[in-house]
Design a protein around this ligand. Structure first.
Ligand code: ATP
Ligand code: MG
Length: 180
């Protein structure tokens, strides 16, 4: 399983559609300060379900929508599509390629899709649970994350091992059953 491509439209500084292809191996993104490098990792977090505007370096969710510049009008919607190669079948879905789409409108309305089928955020969460790529996973290492892990309470540290061991979905199903 690997990320094949990310498409952004109206997301933060990406007013026009931008598509970035990832190849096998390591991809480095370089560019001057303020050119949008971190906005790409924000797009990745966001499409994978991030709900905290602070983690996305904003004050409210609307801040992910292109706000306009002196020469360009603001946008009414932000959209990010992440295409994941699933030929090894790690994602529990019968497709060798999975496209996750998230949209947000200025009205506050959100839309989520898996392979162009409308779905809930919960469906996306469940799809990527235990793969390590989710917002609580260990594959997105932000600034300060390592220090957090090292200084965390043992219980929080255990959550990382549980995600790696692939048992988070059972814990989440148990918690859901107990709530009913
Ligand atoms: P650095 O090297 O300093 O880390 P960077 O390449 O990571 O820079 P980003 O933080 O990704 O840069 O991009 C910051 C730019 O994105 C700023 O110019 C900011 O104005 C712009 N930006 C962020 N949110 C929006 C938005 N909603 N609408 C328009 N522009 C935005
Ligand atoms: Mg940056």
């Amino acid at each position: 399983m690997y990320f094949k491509r990310i498409d952004m439209h109206g997301f933060k500084s990406f007013a026009e559609p931008v598509s970035i292809e990832f190849n096998h191996g390591i991809t480095c993104i370089v560019g001057p300060n303020g050119s949008g490098k971190s906005n790409i990792s924000d797009a990745l977090r966001w499409v994978l379900g991030e709900q905290s505007p602070k983690t996305l370096r904003g004050g409210k969710m609307e801040d992910v929508i292109f706000a306009g510049t002196a020469s360009r009008k603001s946008r009414g919607m932000a959209e990010v599509v992440l295409v994941i190669d699933n030929s090894t079948g790690i994602l529990p879905i019968d497709y060798s390629e999975v496209a996750i789409t998230r949209r947000v409108f200025r009205s506050g309305e959100s839309e989520y899709y898996i392979n162009n089928n409308p779905c809930r955020l919960k469906d996306i969460r469940e799809l990527i649970m235990d793969t390590g790529i989710g917002v609580d996973g260990y594959s997105l290492i932000g600034q300060g994350k390592i220090a957090d892990i090292v200084s965390n309470k043992p219980e929080s540290r255990r959550e990382i091992f549980e995600e790696a061991a692939g048992i988070v979905k059972y814990r989440s199903k148990k918690a859901e059953a107990e709530r009913k």
